[in-house]
Design a protein around this ligand. Structure first.
Ligand SMILES: [Zn+2]
Length: 281
């Protein structure tokens, strides 16, 4: 099937929006309180902002690639200097809950409260007003897109419905949210995550071969490039930013860079571009 290629700036053939979820130790174990009894698991998460992030920022700098970091605001409160470095080095920071809550489990008032707290933390610690959102749990309520737009969000990177950006309609309203969909193939958890207590993955399967993981990622890009699409990632510094694995990120970026006509952009820039081309189409 021939898919009509979207238009990208500068006659680029394809678009790549590198995105990282700087979750730190937030998530289910924090929300149910069990994290506080598991120092080993806490440090597994804290390694992301405390240690892996700086390594990752250096690699992005070296190849002059902009990125978007979706960050639970609690992580910003606890690792402020590290998170400030993201902004100082020209990258985007966007919403990802306060403590990585499920936006499906929360009612709308609670979702609104999480967004308000997060906006305050981003303003206070980073001096920014975020425009993007990635749902921490991969799901939300039917009314969440309207709520997000009320909170100043203009795009989301939460859903799976395409391999190009698209619009999410708000029932009964003319405004629309831009969605920049990701996919699990480009989530480092799928191949590289491993912890014990709590066990991840369940059954403790082995970590995938690094060589094969890199090959998978490159093939995802190759398909994106061939069809002129838009690709974003769901990478986690605590997983991919370790001494051995950072080489995978380096080689992945080099592989994409070697094509010459790829538009590397933050998710916000992709959303702005998409809206400017298609808002009234
Ligand atoms: Zn996350």
């Amino acid at each position: 099937m021939q898919i009509p290629s979207p238009n990208w700036p500068g006659s680029a053939r394809a678009c790549v929006a590198m995105a990282f979820d700087l979750d730190g130790p937030t998530g289910g174990a924090m929300l149910d309180g069990s994290l506080w009894h598991k120092p080993e698991y806490f440090t597994f998460g804290g390694y992301g902002p405390y240690r892996a992030l700086a390594r990752l920022l250096d690699v992005l700098d070296a190849q002059a690639i902009p990125a978007t970091f979706f960050i639970p605001a609690w992580v910003v409160e606890n690792w402020p200097r590290q998170c400030q470095a993201i902004v100082e080095r020209g990258h985007e920071v966007a919403y990802h809950g306060y403590r990585h809550e499920s936006f499906y489990a929360l009612d709308l008032d609670a979702q609104r409260e999480v967004m308000a707290i997060s906006a305050g933390v981003f303003k206070r610690y980073l001096g920014i007003t975020a425009t993007g959102f990635r749902t921490p749990s991969g799901d939300w309520h039917a009314q969440t897109p309207a709520l997000l737009m009320d909170c100043g969000v203009t795009y989301s990177s939460s859903m799976r419905g395409d391999d190009r950006p698209y619009f999410i309609d708000i029932p009964g309203q003319s405004r629309r949210l831009v969605e920049i969909p990701g996919r699990w193939e480009l989530d480092d958890y799928a191949s590289l995550a491993y912890t014990r207590s709590p066990d991840y993955p369940v059954g403790l399967d082995r970590i995938a071969s690094y060589r094969q993981t890199l090959d998978n990622w490159c093939r995802e890009f190759d398909g994106t490039y061939r069809e002129g699409l838009c690709m974003t990632t769901l990478l986690h510094p605590k997983i991919c930013g370790k001494p051995g694995r950072i080489g995978l990120i380096e080689q992945f970026l080099q592989h994409m860079r070697s094509h010459g006509d790829v538009w590397f952009a933050t998710c916000n820039d992709v959303a702005l571009h998409w809206r400017s081309l298609h808002e009234h189409a």
